[in-house]
Design a protein around this ligand. Structure first.
Ligand code: UD1
Length: 350
């Protein structure tokens, strides 16, 4: 099966490309490289070549910005003319920083929403109507439901969260316009961390990371001095925020399982939480990272970050039952693999 992966050079995208190639999928990867590095895809190819026979490798990589509908159109048409039509899309392409989305809302709406509309228009035009969309648990906003179910109230609190939710609504309207034709999954990710076990691909944030895990690995590597923990007065067991961290390879395999689920089942639209269902506080995360990697992380407490929720944990029962998938790698594995990537690549893909 030929699958288009938008934003395939990014953190979750590159790991998903690998998971699909390992299963023998033919993939066409597009990325604008605005916020990613093309070397990630070269590394994906290297991992495949190291581990499998070359026959297993069917990957095309094209620089495309999803805001350019004409180029997207040309790409779909080209594959039809080759007799190898694109049959499904996994749609990662988008900007993902909450902070930046507040500073540049129009840019975020343009890339994340207009880009998605362009993609859907072209998919519809060429009868490709299966899509897995990268949504986010961020759409639950300040809904502190424990654990969060897919039908928990959606209350995004920043432009990035609203972009994701509006795109889900656009997908919903698209499905309803032609329910006989579309197969759609909105995957709501919790907190993906870690890296492929090889340490060859991983998260490579531009500038100082906003997210906690790359911040921890950069402190461990000596790139950053110390971790600032945003608040120790939260109503949790140790006073620090609790999140549902999921290994990025488990998340990648979740995409594969979703694609299989959509392909074999009836036409549908489904929202699925992808998380482990387990909560970890910041201090527990640091403690595990220090223990498994035999390192110390310099840290201090500071005030709460605006817009943070206290506890975000997935109710993943729907994903477990629909997808016949479950996360396999524990927090220790996430910390080991994430540190392996950082220590082998102190400057990321540079
Ligand atoms: C954040 C985004 C979310 C996005 C997700 C992607 C916000 C408010 N939310 O989620 O929209 O989908 O990343 O992975 O930005 N922390 C520190 N020190 C740091 C960084 C973070 O203490 O230097 C704390 C935060 O306060 C939070 C926890 O670590 O309690 C996790 O933070 P982060 O990794 O940014 O993820 P989320 O906020 O859950």
């Amino acid at each position: 099966m030929r699958v288009l992966i938008t934003g395939g050079a990014g953190f979750i995208g590159s790991h998903t490309c690998l998971a699909l190639l390992e299963e023998g999928y033919e993939i066409v990867v597009i990325d604008s490289y605005i916020n990613s590095n093309k070397k990630s895809l070269k590394r994906v190819v290297d991992i495949m070549k190291n581990n499998y026979s070359i026959n297993k490798l069917d990957i095309a990589i094209v620089k495309v910005d999803i805001r350019d509908e004409k180029v997207l159109d040309k790409l779909f048409l080209e594959y039809i003319k080759l007799g190898k039509p694109i049959q499904a899309v996994i749609h990662f392409a988008g900007m993902k920083s909450v902070k930046e989305s507040m500073l540049k809302p129009l840019f975020y709406w343009d890339v994340n929403v207009i880009g998605s509309i362009n993609l859907l228009k072209v998919m519809d035009r060429y009868n490709c109507r299966t899509i897995v969309f990268s949504s986010s648990a961020t759409i639950y906003g300040l809904s502190d439901g424990l654990p969060l179910k897919e039908n928990t109230e959606i209350k995004p609190i920043n432009p990035y969260g609203r972009n994701k939710f509006v795109t889900e609504q656009i997908l919903n309207d698209t499905f309803n316009s032609n329910p006989e034709k579309w197969k759609i999954a909105n995957l709501r990710y919790f907190n993906p961390i870690g890296a492929h076990y090889s340490g060859m691909i991983g998260e490579d944030p531009v500038g100082v990371p906003d997210n906690i895990f790359p911040y921890i690995t950069q402190v461990a590597a000596g790139v950053l001095d110390k971790l600032n923990i945003f608040g120790n007065d939260w109503p949790t067991l140790d006073g620090t925020c609790v999140r549902d961290y999921i290994h990025v390879m488990d998340l990648a395999e979740g995409h594969l399982a979703t694609l299989k689920y959509l392909n074999k089942g009836k036409n549908k639209i489904v929202n699925l939480n992808l998380g482990t269902g387990l909560g970890t506080s910041i201090l527990e995360l640091i403690d595990t990272f220090e223990k498994v990697n035999k390192l110390k992380i310099a840290k201090n407490f500071c005030s709460r970050r605006i817009g943070d929720s206290c506890t975000l944990i997935a109710d993943n029962t729907l994903a477990l039952s629909c997808l016949k998938w479950s996360p396999k790698r524990d927090l220790a594995r996430m910390c080991l693999d994430g540190w392996k990537w950082q220590s082998l690549n102190p400057e990321g893909y540079k």
